[in-house]
Every structure is written in structure tokens, then in C-alpha cells.
Design a protein around this ligand. Structure first.
Ligand SMILES: Nc1nc2c(ncn2[C@@H]2O[C@H](COP(=O)(O)OP(=O)(O)OP(=O)(O)O)[C@@H](O)[C@H]2O)c(=O)[nH]1
Length: 545
């Protein structure tokens, strides 16, 4: 039972963790209740929650300036006015005249119909977080809300945001990239977990009932045992009395026999005396008294015999009573064996329930750590495993390299050939990564078409060779389905893991910068992050065009 309670607690904690994740990223069901304009405003507030201003301490509140018109936009912002982010409220202002723009705006929201003003506002105000409804050129891009089939997606330019001194939390990177897909998967896992918790609850109830029955059986068994031992004592006492009585009866029978013999002798003597009566009248009186005496003795003997007969009858009754007790003992023994049988059956059921619990537990662990599409580690478990490796390297002073891999122009694959083939491409690239890794390397799918790998006991030169080989293998691999055949390429960013870092995320951010460079300098290539004075990634290798 103790084990069962422990396992239940672990399951409930895991469930609470999943629910927490859903709270950090507001659920799609909430979005579904909002109209498109309210959804954009909702995401704007969510973005503010995930970004920190360099001088945020000195801001009394967040001032949002709205440029341009859209029906219901200002009202939707006004409804969120009371929301507080890190203790600060929002002040909403409409900007009709661009010449009055000033530094006091923390956020400038450009509506879709004024998106053309983005370039001017971007260069004029370098301290504000500019959020634009619709796509803009990447040079002047900070954050865009892109509407795609009635859904709003967040696109961001990390480089430009960082240059303005903003700090972006990792949650926003999730939120901006593959939020919808992760959310669907989390929902699916949440409902599976709820089912598992309900099943475990059922099993525990069954166990509780069986435990109660077992306690009841044990109590009955103890009670019957006490009764049995009392009966045994009684039986032993009766047996001793019976033996004593048998002995007495035997003695009495022998005495009766002896007395019968005496009577016979007396009768014989009487006959002789009667014979002599006539001849010896003087002796009659004496003989008569002898006869009286003998008759008295005879009466006494008869009384004694009657008494002994009664005693024998009472002994017979005792024997009948003892036979009744023997039947009771037999019945109690039968009940005892039935209880033993149910005890063994209950134990067997308890063992079966324990085994089922173990299987559920291992399934739960697999669901929590693995990405369903590729069977690689999922994002959360990869971060956890990589953080552990960083701590190990701090102790052993070994070296490792972080690799970020992203499929090039993957959106085109989805748009041209459809999502099922897109999924197949994600699986094929994952298989190539798995085949290329060593036993002790870690590889995970961070989301969408992005993967990460941690190469253990490896320097940056060896890692670059591995990365170039990966690019080559992916670009040479033909992916075929029905009549379609295509090839894809990947871009790779590398960064050595710095054991001075406190969090593995710092190395991941550097590798991500190098990946961004690989993308912006043409894709299908490897870029390593080198720690030069400008903290800029340096292009080390190019591969196939
Ligand atoms: N088929 C499929 N598509 C996904 C999955 N996760 C994300 N996507 C899609 O992947 C695409 C990613 O596109 P972008 O982020 O614009 O990047 P890209 O087209 O690869 O362009 P670059 O990375 O800049 O080369 C989006 O269209 C997502 O809908 C998935 O699990 N399966």
C-alpha cells in the first residue's frame, strides 16, 4: 500500500507539472473564445510577459501607443488595462500624429493599415518594443503578429530584439515557434494522464476493498482460534472425567459380581439351615437373625447398583454432548480453510495490481520524455539531460559542443507536398541524426523542424567535421512517397559548451545565434560560434549549394 501511495503521488505531481506548462502558455481553448482582434491583443500582452526592458526598474508602468485603426482594437486594449505584468499596469494611448511620438512609449503597436510606417518608426524609436500586425522586412522586424487561416502566429527577429537590450525568455521562443503543435501534443498527453490517474484511482479502490476483507477475515480467524482452544481444554477435561468414570464402573461391576456370588452362597446356606430347622429349633432364632442380616445387605447392594446405573446413564449423556462439540470443531476448521483460500486469492490479486501499476508507470515516463513523432528526447527532457551533463563537465573538466539543426525552407515542403510528407521529412532527418550520434551523445527535437544535439568529449573542430558530414548526408538523402521524390538541406549552428555557464541555455542561445547566421548567409551550411570581441558567430565552413 505504501508503494501504491508513493506512485500515486508521483503521478499527481507529473500531472500538476503538465497543467503548469499549459498555464505558462495560455490554452488554445481561451484563444478560441476571442475574436481575431482580441487574440492579437492577447498575444501582445503575452509577449510583454516574456520580454524584459533594459531599464524596466525605472518604468512606472507600460505605455502602449497604438498607431492606425482597426475595429475594436482600442477597446480590446482598454479591456486589458487592469492586467499587471511584473507589478506594472498598462496605459493605452492612440497616436494619430507621428510627430508627437516620444521615448515614453514602452510598446508601439502598429495596426495592419499603418504597417508601411514601420520602417520610419523603427529607425526613429530605438528604445520601444515595436509590435506590427502583419509581415514586414526582416531588417526592421522586432515582433510581428501574422494571421494564418484565422490563427495568429508570433514571428520575431531575435537579433534585432537583443540589439535593443531586451531580454527574451526561452518561453517566448517556444511560444513564437511551434506553440500550436506543442499545445496540441500537451493536450493529448494531459488527457492520457487523466485517464491513467482515473485507472490508478479505480485500482486503489479495489485494493482498499480487498484490504478491508482481509482485516475482517483475520479478525474472524482470531476469534475462532480462541473458541477452538477453549473447546480443546473442555474436551481434555471431559476425557479425564470419562476415564475416571469408566474405572469406577468397572470396579462397581466387579463388586456386583462378587456380591451376586455372596448371595448365591447365602441362599445355599439358608437352604441348609432350613433343612436343619426342624432338627435344631434352638438354632432357628440365630439362623433367622442371620437371614435378616443378609437381607439388609442385599437391599444395600441393590440400592448401590441402582445408583451406579444412574451414573452410567449420566456418562452416556456426556459422551453425546462431546460428540456435538466435535461437530462444532469440524465446522470451525472448515471455515478456517475457506478463509486461508480467500487470503491467498487476495494476495494474488494484490500482486497483479502492483504489476499493472509498474507498467503504467514506465509508460508514463516514456510519454514525459519522448517526442511522439521522432522518438527523440522532447524539448523539456533534452534541456534537463543537457543541464545534468553541464554539471558533470564542471566536475570532470571535460569538453562538449552544442549543435542546433534546422531544416531549410521547411514551410515550402508543407505548403507544396502537405503535412504528412512534412512529418516524414522530420522523421528522416531525425533518423540521420540518430545514426550519426555516438552512444553517449544526447539528441532531441526542440519543436517543429528544429533539433539539438550535445556532443560529449568533443572539441569544436571534431564537432564541425561531424556537422559537415550531417549536412552532406541530409542533402544526399532522397525522400520518396508515392510519385513524389524530394531532397532537403539543413543549416547547423555550433557552440562549445562553456563550463563557466550556470545554465545550459546560455550555450544553446550561442549555438542558436550561429544557426541564425547559417540561415541568413544562405542555408545548407555550418557556422560555429566563436567568442570574438563582438560576440558574433563566425562562418567557419560552407557546404553544398
Ligand atoms: N509537417 C509538419 N510541419 C511542422 C511541424 N512543426 C512545425 N511545422 C511547420 O514548419 C514550418 C516552419 O517554417 P518556418 O519557421 O517559417 O521556417 P522554414 O520555412 O523552414 O524557413 P527557414 O527555417 O528560415 O529555412 C511551419 O510552416 C510550421 O507549420 C510538424 O511537426 N510537422
Amino acid at each position: 500500500m505504501k508503494h501504491t501511495r508513493l506512485i500515486l503521488r508521483v503521478i499527481i505531481l507529473a500531472n500538476l507539472f503538465v497543467i503548469n506548462c499549459l498555464l505558462i502558455f495560455p490554452a488554445n481553448s481561451q484563444e478560441a473564445e476571442l475574436n481575431l482582434t482580441e487574440t492579437k491583443v492577447h498575444y501582445t500582452i503575452e509577449v510583454v510577459k516574456q520580454i524584459r526592458w533594459p531599464d524596466e526598474q525605472s518604468l512606472p508602468h507600460f505605455v502602449i501607443g497604438i498607431v492606425g485603426h482597426e475595429r475594436g482594437l482600442v477597446e480590446a486594449f482598454e479591456q486589458r488595462k487592469l492586467t499587471r505584468v511584473r507589478g506594472k499596469a498598462f496605459q493605452i494611448e492612440r497616436i494619430d500624429d507621428l510627430s508627437i511620438l516620444s521615448d515614453r512609449y514602452s510598446i508601439i503597436y502598429i495596426a495592419r493599415n499603418k504597417r508601411s510606417l514601420n520602417k520610419q518608426i523603427f529607425s526613429q524609436f530605438n528604445k520601444a518594443l515595436i509590435i506590427v500586425d502583419g509581415r514586414v522586412g526582416s531588417q526592421e522586424q522586432l515582433i510581428n503578429l501574422v494571421t494564418d487561416r484565422d490563427r495568429v502566429k508570433i514571428k520575431l527577429n531575435r537579433e534585432n530584439i537583443s540589439q535593443r537590450g531586451f531580454f527574451i525568455s526561452a518561453n517566448l521562443l517556444d511560444f513564437a515557434g511551434t506553440r500550436e503543435d506543442l499545445s496540441d501534443e500537451l493536450k493529448h498527453r494531459d488527457s492520457r494522464l487523466k485517464e491513467l490517474v482515473a485507472e490508478v484511482g479505480e485500482k486503489e479502490k479495489e485494493l482498499g476493498v480487498l484490504d478491508q476483507k482481509l482485516k475482517e477475515s483475520t479478525r474472524l480467524l482470531d476469534f475462532e482460534k480462541q473458541k477452538l482452544s477453549k473447546n480443546n481444554l473442555l474436551l481434555e477435561e471431559n476425557q479425564a472425567q470419562l476415564t475416571q468414570l469408566e474405572k469406577e464402573i468397572k470396579d462397581s461391576v466387579e463388586e456386583i459380581k462378587k456380591n451376586e456370588q455372596d448371595i448365591a452362597n447365602q441362599k445355599k446356606l439358608m437352604a441348609q439351615r432350613l433343612q436343619e430347622v426342624r432338627e435344631k429349633e434352638s438354632e432357628v432364632a440365630m439362623l433367622q437373625s442371620n437371614i435378616d442380616l443378609n437381607q439388609q445387605v442385599l437391599v444395600q447392594q441393590q440400592v448401590r447398583i441402582t445408583k451406579q446405573k444412574k451414573t452410567i446413564e449420566s456418562r452416556d449423556e456426556t459422551i453425546v454432548e462431546q460428540q456435538g462439540w466435535m461437530k462444532v470443531i469440524l465446522f470451525v476448521s472448515l471455515v478456517f480453510f475457506i478463509m486461508i483460500y480467500f487470503l491467498l486469492k487476495t494476495n494474488r490479486l494484490r500482486r497483479k495490481a502492483n504489476n499493472e501499476l509498474k507498467q503504467l508507470n514506465s509508460k508514463l515516463y516514456e510519454l514525459a520524455t519522448t517526442d511522439g513523432l521522432t522518438n527523440l528526447y522532447n524539448r523539456r527532457y533534452f534541456f534537463e539531460a543537457a543541464q545534468k551533463e553541464l554539471l558533470r563537465e564542471k566536475r570532470t573538466h571535460s569538453h562538449s559542443v552544442l549543435m542546433m539543426i534546422d531544416i531549410d525552407h521547411f514551410k515550402n515542403v508543407n505548403d507544396t507536398y502537405g503535412h504528412p510528407l512534412g512529418d516524414q521529412v522530420i522523421r528522416v532527418v531525425a533518423d540521420i541524426l540518430k545514426a550519426s550520434m555516438r552512444e553517449y551523445d544526447i539528441v532531441g527535437r526542440l519543436g517543429g523542424e528544429e533539433y539539438a544535439m550535445m556532443l560529449m568529449d568533443c572539441d569544436i573542430n571534431q564537432a564541425t567535421e561531424i556537422a559537415v558530414r550531417l549536412c552532406k548526408r541530409v542533402s544526399e538523402r532522397e525522400i520518396a512517397s508515392d510519385s513524389i521524390s524530394l531532397r532537403v538541406t539543413v543549416s547547423i549552428g555550433l557552440s562549445p559548451v562553456n563550463i563557466e555557464d550556470t545554465d545550459i541555455e546560455q550555450s544553446i542561445v550561442r549555438a542558436d545565434k550561429a544557426l541564425y547566421k547559417a540561415k541568413s548567409s544562405g542555408r545548407n551550411r555550418v557556422v560555429t560560434f566563436s567568442d570574438d570581441i563582438n560576440h558574433e558567430p563566425v562562418i567557419e565552413k560552407f557546404v553544398y549549394k
